[in-house]
Design a binder for this molecule. Structure first.
Ligand code: SD4
Length: 301
């Protein structure tokens, strides 16, 4: 195996996703299979109020899921506003591999998923329903800078997406991003995570980037694409993430004081970097090398 094979994921629960993804890489599996497996782990993790089946709903009490997957050769697929399917990342992969399209949304995405053999399962947990009832007492949409307590079911915190990037032994990159989006969002709202170039971008010639935080800022700045393009111009992953954050701030200096935006990047050599608008963003890395395999790295402004 190639010494540089590695996997990185956003936030502390990225440790769990990385372990599963590393299992795939260590068996000689592809980066694409690795990121899908890691994202699936997060989607079924019953402790994450912002990804998959345990996610918090929108302001109408509906849980809608967004996900994307991209291979370093440019192939990509995504789903947005998908309801009642446990593994949106796998539906995104099916969009990529089995349709002439890149993205399916809402009813159409669900219809496609069912036709592909994915089971329809009512997903909103009792805890999430309870959190939504609590939220309705104030009905304020004020995203927190970071989820202070780490994503226990029913947390009032309302973001923390899994973005996962992998480099396999063949030097091939892939990435995936999966989320239930901002809790208490408007029904029908789509964030950055399923938008190729915003929440995720991968190019084997250069590197890969993913994002977490308030997705509107990533969409405005085509942010993951921006990070990859900055690496193409010679920046290190960390520098590229920092410059992308600076761009976000320049565009909306006032809003930037209240919003979290986080970027995580890896170049084709396996160098990793991250930067966040506010303190508190961590990412997890697993490379199978000596020492702790599940290092958490802090990265802040
Ligand atoms: C979104 N970026 O839907 C996602 C939410 C998120 O950490 O990342 N939270 O805007």
């Amino acid at each position: 195996a190639n010494a540089i094979a590695r996997v990185v994921s956003t936030w502390d629960f990225g440790v769990g996703a990385n372990r599963v993804a590393w299992g795939v890489l260590a068996r000689g599996g592809s980066a694409l299979d690795a990121v899908e497996a890691g994202a699936r782990w997060a989607e079924s993790d019953l402790c994450n109020a912002t990804v998959g089946r345990c996610g918090n709903p929108d302001r109408d009490g509906v849980l809608t899921l967004d996900a994307s997957i991209m291979d370093g050769d440019g192939r990509c697929g995504a789903v947005a506003a998908l309801e009642d399917i446990v593994h949106p990342v796998s539906v995104a992969r099916a969009v990529m591999e089995k349709t002439p399209h890149v993205m399916l949304v809402g009813q159409g995405a669900q219809q496609f998923a069912v036709a592909q053999g994915f089971e329809k399962t009512p997903l909103l947990t009792d805890t999430a329903r309870q959190a939504w009832r609590e939220w309705q007492k104030t009905s304020q949409y004020t995203p927190q800078i970071n989820a202070e307590r780490r994503q226990r079911p029913g947390d009032a915190s309302n973001h923390d997406t899994l973005g996962i990037l992998a480099l396999d032994a063949g030097g091939h990159l892939a990435g995936a991003c999966t989320t239930s989006g901002m809790a208490w969002k408007m029904h029908g709202r789509v964030g950055d995570s399923p938008i190729i170039g915003a929440g995720l971008y991968v190019d084997n010639d250069v590197g890969a980037a993913t994002a977490s935080g308030v997705g509107e800022e990533m969409v405005r700045n085509a942010a993951s694409f921006l990070v990859v393009e900055l690496m193409r111009q010679g920046r290190s992953p960390a520098q590229a993430c920092r410059e992308a954050i600076e761009r976000v701030v320049r565009k909306r200096p006032e809003a930037s004081k209240r919003l979290q935006v986080c970027f995580l990047a890896m170049n084709r050599q396996g160098e990793v970097g991250a930067f966040a608008l506010h303190k508190g963003f961590v990412y997890a890395m697993h490379d199978g090398g000596p020492g702790p395999h599940d290092r958490l790295h802090d990265s802040s402004s």
